[in-house]
Design a protein around this ligand. Structure first.
Ligand code: ZN
Length: 562
């Protein structure tokens, strides 16, 4: 009961201070019931307490109210609960939620692309619906055969599974039949105007000479397109829209065109190919997509597609749009990426300078971290920007627990220590907070009466002669000579408040580290790294998390982040 009185006092004071010293009983009661739902059944009892407390509080001068408020603290305001993604709209309109991810196999997936994939997949699973993977490969000029498998590999790696898989290049007959139907119904036309000519007319809201020709003429032009008798750029099938539409880009948009180049999957079978809006709109309907989850840059496409849906008398799916996600300083454009790969500027789709899924995987990002980050960004409609630091922070949460620790020194400098006890090795834990993972052995190399170590030259730069420092987890030594080969004398074993340096001694293994700017750092690691396998993520202590890229002929790791 005292607890209740105190809570009532807290709310009464907060409310009084916000309302010229006079708390309102109903407001305070409302707050209390929201906070303590178990009191809902004893409302009259609660209301009595509240009224007593309020009578007291309202009688106090403001100074007293302030003083008491400081004593009991401000009322707890229940935080708005943020439990993952919001619910999808229109759920009760459909018997089942069906979402899709529709990549164009013209380049590798990057972190921005997988947002649509992860969100669509997440919702399909949340509502026990269906998730469809659809390759939008109707441009023979930029479709890349190797991308189908690469994209699927990336999606599987992210933990996605799909209930259906389609490639639009398998579905041309379907698009043709819809095109033909629309030609016959006079809702589309085959335009043979010069593009510039058409644009001029379109921009002032006028129809081109083709638009009003009879359906027979368009059918015959269409037959020629199908037969490959019309070259690229000489004819295009246009959807009739509102020629006065405020956005000229929406007016009579192109739906199909002639393309002579063979398609990597379909070969030379077809010479008329649908453009994005036509095939995507038809497929969304045909596949029963209920929710289209996508970036808001698709808004104009939705406007275009709605004209097509109206021609067919179909219902447009529920569109759920989110804001842009930019990554400053990172090339995200697929076209630019592919151009740079072709010219040799980038080593491939998994070049460490990229933010492709393949590059992130290579740098030791784990799928859980990427998924968590994307789901946290969620459906926010505002444009946001993503920094490498944010990506690192998410990944660190996952890999810190998973990665074994090893000593590594970049650009090694030799150190001789004299006067040390005749130790043979150091035994250290593979993971600081997971003793069950076991130990690693760091053998100590002796050269006569001197212990031989290698230190990182970056660490050494900060040392002065006469300075005491600790060879981490081993011993304290005092630097006696700072020359090409450093010399030091043994000082003590117990942990001391001196700089701690990582070291490598006997059996050191040469390692190449591929850095995020694609340069290579060379160094030495402790011998236990020879047990690592490609794909393993480990931490080189105080250096960073790395992922093993290759073990032969030499150990090569890719740097992830600190
Ligand atoms: Zn025309």
């Amino acid at each position: 009961m005292e607890d209740i009185r105190r809570e009532a006092l807290r709310w009464a004071l907060t409310n009084a201070l916000e309302h010229k010293g006079q708390a309102n009983a109903n407001a305070v009661l409302g707050k209390l019931v929201a906070e303590l739902p178990e009191w809902r059944s004893k409302i009259s009892e609660l209301s009595e307490i509240v009224e007593q407390v309020i009578a007291e509080v309202n009688a106090w001068p403001r100074e007293e109210q302030l003083f008491q408020s400081m004593k009991v603290g401000p009322a707890k305001r229940p935080k708005p609960e943020r439990r993952g993604l919001p619910d999808l709209p229109d759920i009760d309109k459909y018997p089942m939620v069906i979402t899709r991810f529709a990549p164009n196999p013209n380049g590798p997936l990057h972190i921005g692309h997988v947002r649509a994939a992860l969100l669509s997949h997440e919702y399909a699973r949340r509502y026990k619906g269906k998730f469809i993977l659809r390759f939008e490969d109707t441009n023979p000029e930029n479709t890349l055969l190797e991308m189908y498998e690469l994209i699927k590999r990336d999606l599987r790696w992210l933990g996605l599974s799909w209930d259906e898989e389609h490639a639009q290049s398998d579905r041309l007959e379907l698009y043709y039949s819809y095109a033909e139907r629309l030609i016959k119904e006079g809702k589309v036309y085959v335009c043979t105007c010069e593009v510039e000519e058409f644009r001029k007319l379109r921009d002032c809201g006028a129809s081109c000479p083709c638009r009003e020709l009879p359906a027979e003429e368009h059918l015959s032009r269409w037959e020629q397109m199908l037969a490959g008798d019309i070259a690229k750029g000489e004819a295009v099938v246009r959807i009739k829209t509102d020629l006065k539409h405020p956005n000229p880009a929406v007016r009579d948009w192109p739906a199909l065109r002639s393309v002579m180049k063979p398609h990597p999957r379909a070969g030379e079978r077809y010479s008329a190919w649908p453009l994005y809006n036509f095939s995507a709109a038809i497929d969304d309907h045909e596949m029963g997509i209920t929710h289209v989850i996508r970036g808001k840059e698709h808004e104009v496409n939705e406007e275009r597609q709605r004209f097509l849906y109206d021609h067919f008398g179909w219902r447009y799916p529920t569109a759920v749009q989110y804001g842009r996600l930019a990554m400053p300083g990172v090339v995200l454009s697929k076209t630019q990426t592919m151009r740079a790969i072709k010219s040799g500027e980038l080593a491939g789709h998994d070049d460490v300078r990229l933010a492709t899924i393949a590059a992130l995987r290579r740098r030791g990002f784990v799928p859980e971290a990427i998924k968590q980050l994307i789901l946290d960004v969620g459906l926010t409609p505002v444009d946001s920007s993503l920094s490498w630091e944010t990506l690192y922070a998410y990944n660190r949460k996952f890999v810190d627990d998973l990665a074994n620790r090893y000593f590594f020194v970049a650009n090694p400098v030799k150190l001789l220590v004299r006067g040390a006890p005749r130790l043979k090795e150091a035994r250290l834990r593979l993971h600081p907070s997971r003793p069950e993972s076991g130990e690693r052995i760091l053998p100590l190399e002796w050269d006569g009466d001197a212990l031989v170590f290698h230190l990182s030259n970056e660490d050494v730069a900060g040392l002065k002669e006469g300075q005491l420092f600790r060879l981490k987890d081993l011993m304290n030594v005092k630097l006696t000579a700072k020359r090409r080969v450093l010399e030091a004398e043994f000082h003590s074993l117990e942990v001391a408040e001196v700089p701690k340096l990582h070291w490598v001694s006997g059996g050191a293994v040469e390692v190449d580290v591929i850095k995020p700017d694609n340069t290579t750092a060379r160094g030495l690691a402790e011998p236990a790294v020879s047990e690592l396998q490609p794909g393993m993520i480990v931490q080189f202590e105080r250096y960073g998390f790395v992922r093993v890229d290759a073990v032969r002929p030499k150990l090569v790791v890719v740097y992830g982040h600190r």
